[in-house]
Design a protein around this ligand. Sequence first.
Ligand code: UDP
Length: 194
Amino acid sequence: ALRTSVLRVPVDPFGQDQIVDIVMKWTDGPHTHVAVGVNAMVCNLAATNDDFHGKVMAADLSYADGQSVVWAARLLGGRVPERVATTDLIDALASISALTGKKLFFYGAKPGVAERAASQLRHVHPDLQVATRDGYVSHDGMPQLIDEINASGAHILFVGLGEPRQQDWVSQYRDRLTVPAILTCGGLFDWVSG
Ligand code: UDP
């Protein structure tokens, strides 16, 4: 399947079901993979910032998390089936994870927000296992956070620090993480927490 590049950012030609499939396959393997939701902000940052561009290129999967990106990719000849909103993606992944005993970790947003987002999802999916940490951990606190994420046994880590911060964080710490799937998710926890 061919990727389309929108302002140098690749967009994979997959819809939500395929993205869910791929991420759940990652959770069964020993290696760490990263998925990036591509929106207009990501494309604009990548167009002008080589460092950010390199970090986005290092992701294993890029999906169109914005209707403008879907349109742009199609105008450029790409076959992008649909917008894959991270808000829908998290619900699908939470649902399957609850059914299969996979664990989530939410890292990001102001204190209490990720925990409220987790509560909302547990309300819908009572068996869901999800640990949380706010997005204001100091540099000195990072080793402990990495240990905490690894010790949680999480299969899918959602990193919601906004751009470009979340790509910087993933690029800096992915080699120290044992979690098999990492998804960057911007302000998702604020959204899910209501
Ligand atoms: N955020 C965070 N740590 C930070 C800065 C921001 O966890 O040091 C969170 C913020 O609380 C919000 C998300 O990142 O949940 C997106 O932040 P912002 O609105 O600044 O970024 P954007 O939505 O523009 O990417």
